[in-house]
Write a protein that binds this ligand. Structure first.
Ligand SMILES: [Zn+2]
Ligand SMILES: [Zn+2]
Length: 132
């Protein structure tokens, strides 16, 4: 079984992924860009049940960015942690928060239509205008 650890910048939030890592996706939508403060959001896709909090559950805050999407982050340092769509068994985990190598490479870039005007897409990773 894969066991991949991650944490926030201040170290209050610690988690591990226990289970299959299904994909690594880059999302270029404006919400992911803002929540990550970066050119795009890089997410590990895994089952909701595979995400296990080790420490700092009291520091984890949640923000509802769409009617059916919530995003979690550390309330102390602001590091983004999860992307969760209501009713889905899979969640996105901020790949930048991982401390271990998840052992996968990015397989797609989505919402490229909304990408930052200054960002140069990586042409060798399949890209899609919206969701694939
Ligand atoms: Zn933190
Ligand atoms: Zn997005």
């Amino acid at each position: 079984m894969t066991e991949v650890k991650g944490s926030c910048l201040c170290g209050a939030v610690k988690f591990q992924i226990e289970g299959e890592i299904k994909a690594l996706t880059y999302c270029h939508c404006s919400m992911c860009r803002k929540v990550h403060g970066s050119a795009f959001g890089a997410y590990i896709v895994t089952g909701k049940d595979s995400f296990v909090m080790l420490e700092g559950v009291e520091s984890l805050r949640s923000y509802r960015s769409s009617c059916n999407v919530s995003r979690t982050f550390c309330g102390d340092c602001g590091s983004t942690i999860q992307f969760m769509r209501d009713g889905r068994d899979d969640i996105g985990v901020a790949a930048g928060a991982l401390d271990d190598d998840p052992g996968v490479k990015p397989s797609k870039q989505i919402y490229c239509e909304s990408k930052a005007p200054w960002h140069l897409l990586q042409e060798d990773i399949p890209h899609f205008a919206e969701r694939s």
